[in-house]
Design a protein around this ligand. Sequence first.
Ligand SMILES: NC(=O)c1ccc[n+]([C@@H]2O[C@H](COP(=O)([O-])OP(=O)(O)OC[C@H]3O[C@@H](n4cnc5c(N)ncnc54)[C@H](O)[C@@H]3O)[C@@H](O)[C@H]2O)c1
Length: 247
Amino acid sequence: MNRLTGKTAIVTGGANGIGRAFSIRLAAEGANVAIADIADGVHTVAAIKEVGGNAVAVRCDMTSEAEIAAMAKVAGDTFGGCDILVHNAGIYPTTLFEQMSFAEWRHVLALNLDSMFHLTKAVLPNMRARGWGRIIAISSTTFHSGIACKTHYSASKAGLIGFARSLASEVGEFGITVNTIAPGFIRTATTESGPESDRFDSHAQQQAIKRTGIPEDLVGPMAFLASDDAAFVTGQTILVDGGWRFI
Ligand SMILES: NC(=O)c1ccc[n+]([C@@H]2O[C@H](COP(=O)([O-])OP(=O)(O)OC[C@H]3O[C@@H](n4cnc5c(N)ncnc54)[C@H](O)[C@@H]3O)[C@@H](O)[C@H]2O)c1
């Protein structure tokens, strides 16, 4: 499908994992894609260009308000604005609450949630001027289930859902939708090397669909929310978790 021809998307954390899959799908649907990541996104750009897509990698630390503003400007200067924002960059450290420092709490909130504030500030005026926009934040089913050792993470992902619902109420009249996707447990290089890496199989057995999720399982719901097909869908959270949770 080519539902996004002529649109420009910013994907945060687009160099690796789920964000990389998002970037590739957005480009395949015809969008110009700016990949904002602290890591080098050049290999994702190369994969997109190899199949005729258009993308640029912009190095950006999403905990820095200044770097977010500069990244949004580069994306705007390169492609002429931003129509679709996919806020996917995030970290999910594992720490018992009683051992968690306030510095760690603040860092997770800064990257996963505060960045959403700065990003939205940076792109919203342009979307409003165009009368069209799609804002999609990647939350997590851990918001619905709760999970030990991730109080900061769950709080940040819950914050994204609350933020999206409230902002959706403010900007719907301007043709802008705001939604969240809550993935279940997805196999990426980071989860494969993390402390839960021995839980893929046991987790899959708790799902209605008994296999481990991969980044490509998320791209269809994301592309739908980014497209005109979802013009009447806003303030929603889509759980993409193989049926681990039902809400
Ligand atoms: N993998 C899962 O099981 C799962 C489940 C639910 C939600 N999620 C969410 O999906 C998103 C992607 O997860 P993933 O597994 O693909 O992670 P990942 O670690 O594979 O990729 C995250 C990307 O974010 C980038 N990043 C990290 N810190 C950054 C910073 N300060 N500034 C800019 N970019 C930064 C990394 O370089 C990386 O490219 C995260 O928000 C995560 O919370 C993942």
